[in-house]
Design a protein around this ligand. Structure first.
Ligand code: NAP
Length: 490
């Protein structure tokens, strides 16, 4: 591999957006490194039955590449994956893409002001800037349940679905009831002979207003301006959902009513309904959308167990009430290792500082993009830029534009690299954390992957997305230290 000017890590929504916008801006000297054998990120990895987006597709797509062809309002995984592949083709990104190339280590060279990138295949090369688009949700998390390794049947995680495992007629156990599980449980219930769902915490669920987009409507969306108008409408509709999140948890009451009504309508049995009623403020964990999850749980061949799983045996699962559930297949819908995934990375910045040391007190970045001590390393969907109410593709686009502004600042000033000033990062994050402390994710009486081990929210943006958009429109040069080019290097 040569020495690309810019190295992008990851070929999901984030990495591809960066690549497209670099090309648009006239930068062609970049490479996208992707550890897997194909592009697509989340939408390549998650192939579980029922996998779809819970954000409407007109907004869960690039603003500059609207797709009037979505078959449904909430597109299935395969269509989103196809969409990303179509983007790669439309913007001719294949020549820039290195699949099956896992980044092992990033090391900043203070003398030469470049990053040294080492891959798992043993290659090493230098690059001026690195854009990390690795995403937060891709390292499967398995529960620490005694005996898990003793199980002799098939067992897999939702993000590593074993399609060779035929569930027809089998006794299937699902552990976890998060955003993934509520999507695949109805499909599994159709197939399995018997399904047992182990729930630790009841999720809040609202109806999913999913509809097929008829052919006529798809044609209408090709009229100039129509797809954009639909996107705008969806954007503002979802932004109204941010009110309770961003301002005061008490404003979540409307969401609660919608969810309670949904549960009451779909589950008649009071005992089951009680088990499914959450005990924390809605929004504290992700609000799930599903219109077929509750009905699946009311089937005669499906059981919801709320006693904790205490042990897994060769062919069964034991719960805290001492009941042993015979099981042929276990599906783990237990989510991802989020904060660890970031800190597991081998990144060494200025003066030999390791990212783990820089983040000893918590994972943080300035605007979620830059971390002091790591010049020209840009994170997409980095700390505190996830969302609970709208599309992260919107956030990615804002960040990509911001990175381009940083690159323009470098060109203008003929500097070699920029490093966010620790003071700017501190002030930004102190303000952010003060704001987050009184919001629903911290105040709502739940634990979630949004919070780190100290209970601090390191994942989500606390406000409206237009606020983030506005704050990332321009780079404040005073927030950065500009590092000059070493003598003799332009
Ligand atoms: P998740 O939301 O983290 O849910 C994990 C589930 O597993 C929770 O119900 C959790 O219970 C349970 N669990 C974890 N460890 C357990 C243990 N030791 N024993 C028993 N239960 C355990 O994971 P996910 O459903 O894969 O979703 C992760 C994220 O991916 C979502 O928050 C969302 O951002 C994203 N996602 C998005 C979509 C979409 O359509 N856009 C779809 C799927 C996922 P507790 O609640 O008690 O921890």
């Amino acid at each position: 591999m040569g020495s690309p000017g810019i190295t992008i890590i990851g070929a999901g929504f984030a990495g591809l957006c960066m690549a497209i916008k670099l090309k648009d801006a006239g930068y062609h000297d970049f490479t996208i490194l992707e550890k897997a054998g194909d592009l697509g990120g989340t939408w390549r990895d998650n192939t579980y039955p029922g996998c779809a987006c819970d954000v409407p597709s007109p907004l869960y797509s690039f603003s500059f590449e609207l797709n009037p062809g979505w078959s449904r309002l909430f597109s299935p995984q395969s269509e989103i994956w196809d969409y990303l592949r179509a983007c790669v083709e439309a913007y001719d990104l294949l020549p820039h893409l290195r699949l099956g190339t896992e980044v092992r280590e990033l090391e900043y060279d203070d003398e030469r002001a470049v990053w040294r990138v080492s891959t798992a295949g043993g290659e090493t090369f230098e690059t001026n800037a690195v854009v990390s688009g690795v995403g937060a949700l891709h390292v499967p998390s398995f529960p620490d349940i005694p005996g898990r390794d003793r199980f002799t049947g098939a067992a897999f995680h939702s993000a590593q679905w074993d399609h060779s495992c035929d569930l027809t007629g089998k006794r299937v156990a699902v552990i976890g009831t998060g955003a993934s599980a509520v999507q695949f449980v109805p499909a599994v219930a159709e197939r399995a002979g018997r399904l047992t769902v182990f729930q630790r915490t009841a999720p809040w669920i609202q109806p999913k207003p999913d509809v097929a987009i008829p052919e006529g409507m798809r044609r209408a969306l090709q009229v100039p301006g129509a797809a954009r108008a639909l996107r705008g409408a969806v954007y503002w509709l979802l932004e109204t959902r941010a009110v309770g999140f961003a301002i005061d948890p008490r404003l979540m009451a409307v969401h609660r009513q919608v969810a309670e009504r949904h549960l009451a309508k779909q589950v008649a049995d009071p005992e089951l309904r009680a088990k499914l009623t959450p005990d924390y403020t809605i929004g504290c964990k992700r609000i799930l959308l599903s219109s077929d999850y509750y009905p699946a749980l009311t089937r005669d061949d499906v059981e919801l167990v709320t006693d904790r799983v205490t042990e897994i045996r060769e062919r069964s699962i034991v719960d805290a009430a001492g009941r042993e559930h015979e099981t042929d297949v276990i599906v783990y819908g237990t989510g991802f290792r989020v904060v660890d995934a970031l800190t597991d990375q081998r990144i060494t910045g200025r003066g030999g500082i390791k990212i783990q040391d820089a983040w000893r007190d918590g994972v943080e970045a300035y605007l979620g993009v830059s971390t002091a001590g790591f010049p020209n390393l840009f994170f997409l969907l980095g700390p505190n830029t996830g969302l609970g109410h709208s599309s992260v593709v919107f956030m990615i686009e804002a960040q990509v534009r911001y990175v381009l502004e940083c690159l323009r600042l470098l060109s203008r000033t003929r500097a070699r690299a920029l490093d966010v000033r620790p003071g700017a990062q501190r002030a930004y994050n102190d303000r952010l954390q003060r704001r987050l402390e009184r919001l629903v994710w911290s105040e709502g009486g739940c634990t979630s992957w949004y919070l780190d081990q100290h209970g601090r929210n390191r994942s989500l943006w606390p406000g409206f997305t237009f606020e983030y958009w506005a704050r990332t429109r321009k780079v404040k040069p005073e927030a950065y230290e500009l590092i000059a080019a070493p003598p003799g290097r332009g």
